[in-house]
Design a protein around this ligand. Sequence first.
Ligand SMILES: Nc1ncnc2c1ncn2[C@@H]1O[C@H](COP(=O)(O)OP(=O)(O)OP(=O)(O)O)[C@@H](O)[C@H]1O
Length: 251
Amino acid sequence: MTASGPALSIRDLHKDFGAAQIIRGISLDVREGSFHAVIGPNGAGKSTFFNLISGRFAPTSGKILLGDTQISGMRPYRINRLGLSRSFQITNIFNEMSVFENIRCALMWPGRAGYCFWRRASGYRRIGAEAERLIEEIGLSARAGEKAGNLSYAEQRALEVGMTIAGDARVLLFDEPTAGMNHNEVEQFSGFLRKVAVGRTVMMVEHDMNVVFSLADRVSVLVYGQIIATGTPEEIRQDPAVREAYLGAEA
Ligand SMILES: Nc1ncnc2c1ncn2[C@@H]1O[C@H](COP(=O)(O)OP(=O)(O)OP(=O)(O)O)[C@@H](O)[C@H]1O
């Protein structure tokens, strides 16, 4: 990754499913250190776009670069190893294991930072210390010994984010991070995400416009497989094409 270049560059990205053109020529730079939201109506292609970036789908054509490295078409674990990590709601959590064990496990996944040295006792201690640091960062120190299955939904989401950032991921993808939360949880979790984003680059798909406009410093609007606008939250709010195509009365 270059010092001044974008964290992620997408160049003329296309994805077809059979005859259906779902992603129709997306080009986008995601600035290093930015919190970049992708919004758009249902079926616009947001999840497909994330699946292309994280490597779950191979593009039909076009390029995706993580820093200077072309990642399009790579397997997800290789992209993850290069520093891009995607949050998968709470499906990554092992309910029968404690918070500490879940985080330690994430740190020891093949290809993650700790894998090479964890077999040695000193390495194992280092993993333990790193797990404690991460648990503090996600605000779950008081719950470190608790089984993940006993945590509240919001705590489980925080744990899952902890597992996403384990191994020093520099670029994070969050897919509807506040889905399923009540009003108070959304507020609390937004504050948490704001802290986690410091020093990292975040891309987020989110339907809740309050969350988008309070967290994001850049917003792209995806409509029918194409980005119709990218800008600051204020620019997006004012954009006539965006208001017509998507935000409507919400803006
Ligand atoms: N594997 C697939 N095979 C065929 N069509 C697909 C596949 N995945 C997604 N699609 C289609 O692509 C279109 C975009 O879907 P996608 O889930 O990316 O939209 P989205 O913007 O994330 O929608 P939502 O906001 O409702 O989650 C939809 O019409 C969907 O049916």
